[in-house]
Design a protein. Structure first.
Length: 990
């Protein structure tokens, strides 16, 4: 959260201690676009756009980058060469080492660096505090595997103009590397998919000496940014008139009263990446806009700014915008019928991406000539290496899997984390928490976690409690524990600069804080007022951080206390764009500029490891929520979409954002239910709970100035409708958990957009308000519009669809929009035929109280009339890491209509004797399949009986059959099945 409205006087009061902050923050109510840079206010962004415009305007434009032919080599799956950049009319060049690595996974990686210290002058001008090479450590934080080289990759063809490398599965992939100008064309089965530098926009701003200006022209002191900028421009124009480049922001630039010094000068990297024949691109979260990305160079229905990735505290963000938000995942996918491909731009500096689409002619000479659209993207980052991974698919599943091989898959969460989380800024006392806990129970509202925002602390000093309002945190924690519930407390990276506060004293004396450009500890403003920031890039700082979470250090916390990391972009109230100055210095001598987008992840990760190590043996899987993130954050916790508003359009915007997270490797995501800012009207709040029941991370949250809105306060009929949505979530927890397990195994999104599940159906490519849940066949389209009482669900195939609640058969067919009744109490939710999914139907107060409950299986008969249906269930103890040692149950359920049996076998065909059963598995012997509901059961079942066979025995089970009536499908229920969930069994209907 950031800045409360002027009504909550305390921030205004404390911030007004500094008069400049007072003027900055008093009027803050909603996001001001002008608080954040537009492309032409960001020096390198502007330069690269101008570069693109100049290139596009000239028919004779030629990229000044060429491979030195004799520098080429190829060995063990790696192509290396020197790219020469011609930097002036005289023909002077700089040398850029190029490496193209072909990985075993079929992914290719292109890296362009710059040879260090190519001239003496440059070496001399370096400030000793700043590292001299381009930032090259992003890989260290992000990539956890998949870098093995493909030794089978071979040079297929080489001459003086090109080298062609064949690689990938059955050598179906090909990289055609052209020398002059340097381009790469990535092909699959001979067909071009992705092209690098096709438009000639490759740009590596090389190092150069600063031409010092006479002292007299330099301005001292603060002064207005604009004025200063003008003078700098003049100076530089005089200094080097020959280049014709805009040098005004090479050595410093100002924005909003802050000046960024640039000790290394201009060093941006840029590249155009074209997706041949692709009309849709997805990914690069987080942005509040459609899943299918828009064009960015103006025109109707298009943005005029590039998509920006520069993690920032953008409170009350505006919708349908390419503006940056709190987290960044520079992974983009392109999709068309028959092909999904993607690129991962591994760079943690400020990054912008322009997107344009253009018709091109496939073969103008062929009869009729077919025109197709290609998407042309242009990426630019302020510093660092050019480092791009190329994925050639061909399916969306290949992309999520291969991207996860590099950056890691979703950590397997504890099961409670999938339950409902009750949060607000703030529960004001331990008695308040106990009271909410009691009232949730009294109103039969299940929940798992209650949260504490910043007010629980003693004056925003993290790891402390306000002694007046939270005198008994342990008593509070125990009450929660009695119902299997958890507490989450917030811990942020800004550490209050206060006398006698042990944490800041240690932070300073042990030098674990981020430094400013002078090399002393950086000081800025955040919630506590004057603060310092832990530098989680430092291993020693992370080790120290872990000590703070020990139970005897953070007193008042217990085994059921977990953590929320907010403000880790980092948010700095008085910093440029509400974050840290780019010339701050991190561990290793790197500028903040280089690592900005990694900052949130390193802090989140430090906290994850800290809470994991609270107890010897690291027995429990940590839960840590983060606001800021980067590629790889999925390995350590969940994220939410930040400070949204209690407004219908914000509810609507949540699904495209969460779907985008899902296909970008970080599916454990949600939006604040109810909307953070403002007061939702009752029907909005109710609809939001119905939607939230389908967020992978499901948390209600509210701003300090909003009215209390715990669901029991809503009144009838709202409270009951919300309770029903919560119960729906809880009954489906086994299926949600199974979907999380799939994400953990191979990166499959937890909720899936249409292009992902039906990649051949073009009409689904820009649908982002409906989705499938895991592997269940559940197709949901929660209502996100005011006064809407029907939902039009787009039907992606010719399967049978049933209404989840009424078993009504939906009269529809592929490509149609089915109108589903959706009065306030109803969530539009369909079941696709051909699936089997698991539920636990007994209502309970929290997920852990459901741990030993029996299961219900739901079988949906498909269009084949019941010849086949399939599904799976993954279950483990929901807490520990024992699942890594085989302590889990993973069943595959199959309906075989020929012989009419429903069977359960081990989904991984494991030999049961291969796993020695621990306590949890033994206890699971008592957990059974209770009921099986077969929706759409054939009429012949009316006269049939069910027999259960399992573990060498067989017994009858009752089979009730209800014939189809009034549009409702027939269904059958097998009751008291009584087979162990962990055992092989068969239900035979005969
Ligand atoms: C996470 O923390 C561990 C332990 O300190 C460290 O080894 C790892 O490099 C960190 N990773 C990230 C992404 O911060």
């Amino acid at each position: 959260m950031l800045v409360s409205s002027p009504l909550s006087g305390k921030w205004t009061a404390s911030l007004c201690l500094l008069s400049t902050l007072c003027t900055l923050w008093t009027p803050a109510v909603s996001v001001k676009e002008h608080d954040f840079k537009k492309c032409d206010q960001s020096g390198f962004c502007k330069r690269n756009r101008v570069f693109a415009d100049n290139a596009g305007a000239s028919s004779s434009w030629e990229s000044p980058y060429n491979i030195l032919p004799e520098s080429r080599s190829f060995k063990d799956g790696q192509f290396q060469a020197i790219v020469l950049k011609t930097i002036n009319a005289k023909g002077d060049t700089v040398r850029l080492p190029l490496t193209v690595s072909f990985l075993e996974s079929g992914t290719a990686r292109v890296t362009v660096d710059e040879e260090k210290r190519q001239n003496k002058e440059i070496e001399l001008r370096y400030d000793s505090k700043v590292r001299k090479e381009r930032y090259n450590e992003a890989e260290e934080w992000v990539v956890v595997g998949g870098l093995g080289l493909d030794k089978e990759a071979t040079v297929g063809f080489e001459d003086k103009s090109q080298t062609t490398v064949k690689y990938g599965p059955s050598s179906a992939f090909e990289a055609v590397i052209k020398l002059s100008p340097f381009t790469i064309d990535f092909k699959r089965d001979g067909e071009s998919q992705i092209k690098f530098n096709d438009r000639g926009l490759l740009n590596v701003e090389h190092w150069r000496p600063k031409i010092e200006q006479p002292e007299t022209e330099k301005k001292e002191g603060e002064g207005d940014g604009g004025e200063k900028k003008e003078e700098t421009t003049l100076e530089n124009k005089e200094g080097s008139s020959s280049s014709g480049e805009d040098e005004s922001t090479w050595w410093d630039e100002s924005f909003g009263g802050n000046t960024d010094t640039k000790p290394r000068g201009p060093e941006s990297i840029a590249l155009d990446i074209s997706f041949s024949g692709f009309d849709h691109v997805y990914g690069i979260p987080s942005h509040a806009g459609p899943l299918s990305l828009r064009e960015t160079r103006g025109g109707e229905g298009k943005y005029s700014e590039p998509y920006r990735l520069y993690n920032a505290d953008v409170f009350e963000y505006i919708l349908d915008s390419p503006m940056t938000l709190y987290g960044a995942i520079p992974f983009m996918q392109a999709h068309r019928k028959g092909s999904s491909v993607g690129v991962f731009w591994l760079n943690a500096a400020e990054t912008w991406i322009d997107i344009i689409k253009a018709k091109d002619w496939r073969n103008p000479l062929s009869l009729g000539g077919s025109s197709k659209t290609s998407t042309h993207t242009h990426w630019f980052s302020e510093s660092g290496l050019l480092d791009v991974f190329v994925f050639l698919g061909p399916t969306p599943q290949d992309l999520t899997k291969k991207y996860g091989e590099l950056t890691g898959y979703t950590a397997m969460p504890q099961e409670f984390a999938l339950g409902y989380h009750q949060c607000r800024w703030n529960y004001v006392s331990d008695e308040d928490v106990r009271d909410v806990d009691r009232k949730m129970d009294k109103s039969n509202l299940p929940y798992d976690v209650i949260w504490l925002d910043i007010e629980y602390t003693d004056e925003k000093k993290y790891f402390t409690w306000d002694k007046h309002t939270f005198p008994d945190p342990i008593g509070m924690g125990k009450q929660l524990d009695n119902h299997g519930r958890k507490l989450v407390t917030i811990i942020d990276p800004h550490i209050k600069n206060a006398e006698g506060y042990q944490v800041v004293t240690e932070l300073k004396s042990k030098e674990h804080a981020v430094k400013n450009k002078e090399g002393s500890i950086f000081e800025g403003w955040c919630w506590p007022g004057s603060s310092h920031w832990i530098d989680a890039f430092s291993p020693a700082a992370r080790e120290w951080w872990a000590t703070l979470f020990k139970y005897d250090s953070f007193k008042g916390t217990m085994k059921n206390t977990w953590i929320w990391n907010d403000m880790n972009e980092p948010s700095v109230f008085n910093g440029p764009e509400t974050t840290m100055p780019k010339d701050n210095i991190h561990y290793g001598g790197w500028e903040h500029r280089d690592v900005h987008n990694l900052n949130g992840m390193t802090f989140h990760n430090a906290t994850h490891h800290a809470v994991k190590s609270r107890e010897p043996g690291e027995l429990q899987r940590p839960f840590v929520l983060t606001r800021s993130f980067f590629s790889g954050s999925q390995r350590v916790g969940a994220m939410w979409t930040g400070d949204n508003q209690a407004a219908w359009d914000h509810l609507h915007a949540s699904f495209p954002m969460i779907l985008s997270q899902g296909i970008s490797g970080f599916p454990f995501s949600g939006a604040d239910v109810g909307g953070f800012f403002g007061n939702p009207e009752k029907d909005l709040q109710t609809r939001w709970y119905q939607a939230g029941a389908f967020y992978p991370f499901f948390r209600g949250h509210a701003h300090i100035d909003s009215r209390r809105r715990e669901p029991y306060l809503a009144g009838e009929p709202y409270t009951s409708i919300i309770a029903a949505a919560l119960r729906l979530r809880y009954s489906l927890l086994p299926s949600w958990y199974t979907a999380f397990h799939q994400a953990y195994v191979d990166g499959t999104p937890i909720i899936k957009p249409m292009f992902y599940t039906h990649p051949g159906e073009e009409a689904g490519y820009d649908i982002d308000d409906q989705f499938f849940v895991g592997n269940t066949g559940l197709l949901a389209k929660p209502v996100t519009e005011q006064d809407k009482v029907t939902a039009e669900i787009w039907i992606p195939d010719n399967e049978v669809y049933y209404d989840y609640f009424t078993y009504k058969t939906i009269p529809t067919s592929k490509g149609k929009r089915a109108a589903i009744d959706a009065p306030l109490q109803k969530i539009p939710l369909l079941m696709q035929g051909g699936h089997i999914f698991a539920r636990r139907d007994r209502p309970r107060r929290s997920s852990s109280l459901m741990k030993w409950d029996d299961y219900t299986l739901v079988v949906t008969i498909g269009r084949d009339g019941g010849k086949s249906a399939e599904g799976d269930l993954y279950v483990d103890d929901g807490e520990s890491y024992d699942f890594e040692k085989g302590q889990y149950i993973h069943r595959k359920f199959v309906l075989n209509g020929e012989a009419t049996t429903i069977s359960s076998t081990d989904a991984e065909s494991r030999d049961p004797s291969s796993v020695k059963e621990g306590d949890w598995m033994k206890k699971m012997h008592d957990v059974k399949v209770d009921r099986i509901v077969i929706v759409g059961a054939p009429a012949s079942w009316a006269k049939k009986q069910a027999t259960v066979e399992s573990e060498g025995k067989s017994w009858p089970a009752s089979l009730d059959y209800s014939a189809a009536a009034h549009g409702r499908a027939s269904f059958a229920t097998v009751k008291k099945v009584g087979a162990r969930i962990g055992a092989d069994w068969k239900v035979v209907v005969s």
